[in-house]
Design a protein. Structure first.
Length: 81
């Protein structure tokens, strides 16, 4: 039977992975985040989550959350024509 209410953890496994990495590898994640550039190119690269490295998946999820403009997540670049 499906639940009438779902939490964000049920909808997006990236949240669960992030908290697992924060618990298990906090220093490693902090270093990777510290050395992540604030750039549009890095933001778009972080949408490729076809990997099994939980640490890198957590970093990419944080980048998508923090570098999104106006809480809008875009996968395709917008032409500035």
């Amino acid at each position: 039977m499906l639940s009438q209410v779902e939490t964000i953890n049920d909808i997006d496994s990236n949240v669960v992975n992030l908290f697992r990495v924060i618990t298990d590898q906090p220093k490693e994640l902090a270093v990777k985040v510290y050395w992540t550039p604030l750039s549009r190119e890095e933001y778009y690269v972080c949408y490729d989550d076809n990997m099994e490295d939980e640490l890198e998946l957590a970093r990419r999820f944080l980048v998508r959350c923090w570098q999104a403009i106006g809480a809008k997540h875009r996968i395709e670049p917008v032409d500035a024509a």
